[in-house]
Design a protein around this ligand. Structure first.
Ligand SMILES: [Zn+2]
Length: 459
């Protein structure tokens, strides 16, 4: 009798589980795109948190690592219709529409024809939709999900199309595209369409229901390591929390796109400290999203990137016999007598960094050459880095860009390019039906998979 009862229970459990886990069970999708976040940026951050003993991470495990240990991974390519390397516009377009496109094109296929995107499809299904970017909302990545133009530079047209399409939540930078020139009256039009406009953290907090258009800077929001200078700007996590609060009021669910957009900028600038801090801002967001998905049970969190930028990493370097002798005298062990294998101390330096090196470089370049004495440069660099930088061994100090390159080199940091690379991209899916996103695929395969998990496919 016991055996029969156990067998009956097992069958019942199986039927119940099959019914609850069938395709189309995802109600909400929160899709986080790390712009320029190649797998090496993820590894770089997690390794720093694990091994460098950073004050900010006493537990030595990042939210990213925790998420990845519980999630389903995939690897995908992002080539366009006829190019190996992509940009954010083509990549966002291909991910949002499932169609091949070309670099710089937004929301159109490789022939320039408009294609329906994920948010448009979601709205047809009665879902609430939102888009967030910590750069500006008219930038290529969010635009791929909200607009259709031939070139990403048509930012004014993109802004008008965003208001026209009217996602329930639009948050980020880019106020000037909604309030100047030909778009002078665009905010007024947005209000007519039911939007509450929020220009700072306090105004955003005051929005409790309905549509919100939050524009917290004229152009881009600041680099994450300089965010403390702008307390009126909500963080990426705060913006996402508000978006989820508003979008989740919709009974049919929601689709939210969140871009962590400045990982790309740090990569272009070869600024590993800024890279670290952008990943840290993303990590805070992932902590919130993982907890939300756990509690909610019907939300799929999908993390990926549009492309890699910079292809940066540590590499060992031969420091020369003289420096090697000095280092060995200090008690350091150097392989082969003169190879420096890079130190975890460098991660601790990243954590202390206070300014974007790109911003500092631009500032120094505008100053009269006479002011740029070795003492002054050393002082400014030390302030920015948050520790005493020694530039006494650096050469040709009048070349400011060269100075930053030497700073990287002195710490064993190498970058393959100042542009985007074709490095394949990691995807991390967490929540119901996350296994739909495993394996090796292409970024045009993401939309069909999203349709499957949301139950919109014919199959
Ligand atoms: Zn880029």
């Amino acid at each position: 009798m016991n055996k029969i009862r156990r067998a009956a229970l097992a069958v019942f459990a199986w039927v119940f589980l099959s019914a609850t886990l069938c395709a189309g069970d995802v109600k909400n999708v929160i899709w986080v795109i790390g712009d320029g976040m190649g797998p090496e940026a993820m590894g770089f951050f997690m390794q720093g948190v694990r091994y460098a003993g950073l004050e900010e991470f006493p537990g030595k495990v990042s939210n990213l690592e925790k998420l990845m240990n519980r999630a389903q991974w995939g690897l995908f390519f992002n080539n366009t219709y006829d190019t190996v390397v992509t940009d954010s516009a083509a990549s966002a377009t291909q991910m949002a529409t499932g169609q091949l496109s070309r670099p710089e094109m937004v929301g159109v296929d490789h022939n320039g024809q408009e294609v329906e995107n994920l948010l448009e499809l979601a709205r047809k299904q009665g879902k609430a939709v939102g888009v967030i970017s910590d750069t500006y909302v008219t930038d290529a990545t969010p635009a791929g999900f909200t607009a259709h133009v031939q070139n990403r530079n048509e930012k004014m047209a993109i802004a008008r199309q965003i208001v026209d399409f009217a996602p329930d939540v639009v948050l980020g930078g880019g106020l000037k595209y909604f309030s100047t020139g030909e778009n002078k009256k665009l905010l007024r039009q947005a209000k007519k369409k039911g939007y509450r406009v929020a220009l700072n953290k306090k105004e955003l907090a005051g929005v409790k229901s309905g549509k919100v258009l939050g524009l917290f800077a004229d152009t881009s929001l600041p680099m994450s390591l300089e965010m403390n200078l702008y307390p009126q700007i909500p963080s990426l996590t705060e913006q996402t929390q508000k978006a989820v609060e508003l979008l989740s009021k919709n009974e049919k669910g929601f689709v939210l796109i969140v871009e962590a957009g400045k990982i790309d900028w740090a990569g272009h600038a070869h600024d590993a400290g800024a890279w670290f801090h952008e990943m840290k801002a993303l990590d805070e967001l992932l902590g919130y999203l993982t907890a939300y998905a756990d509690k909610n049970g019907e939300t799929l969190v999908y993390l990926n990137a549009d492309h890699d930028t910079g292809l940066g990493a540590f590499a060992y370097r031969h420091v020369g016999k003289e420096k090697a002798a000095a280092k060995t005298a200090q008690g350091e062990v150097l392989y082969g007598g003169d190879a420096d294998y890079a130190s975890f101390e460098t991660f601790r330096q990243f954590a202390k960094q206070k300014r974007s090196l790109y911003n500092l470089e631009m500032e120094l370049k505008k100053m009269p050459a006479a002011k740029l004495t070795p003492e002054y440069l050393q002082q400014r660099l030390s302030e920015a880095m948050g520790y005493e930088v020694d530039i006494s061994q650096f050469e040709n100090l009048s070349d400011v860009s060269g100075l930053f390159a030497q700073l990287n080199e002195s710490r064993g940091l190498v970058w393959a390019t100042i542009n985007h690379s074709s490095l394949p991209i990691l995807s991390v899916a967490y929540g119901p039906e996350a296994d739909e996103f495993t394996g090796v695929y292409h970024n045009t395969d993401i939309l069909p998979r999203m349709k499957n998990v949301l139950g919109w496919s014919d199959k």
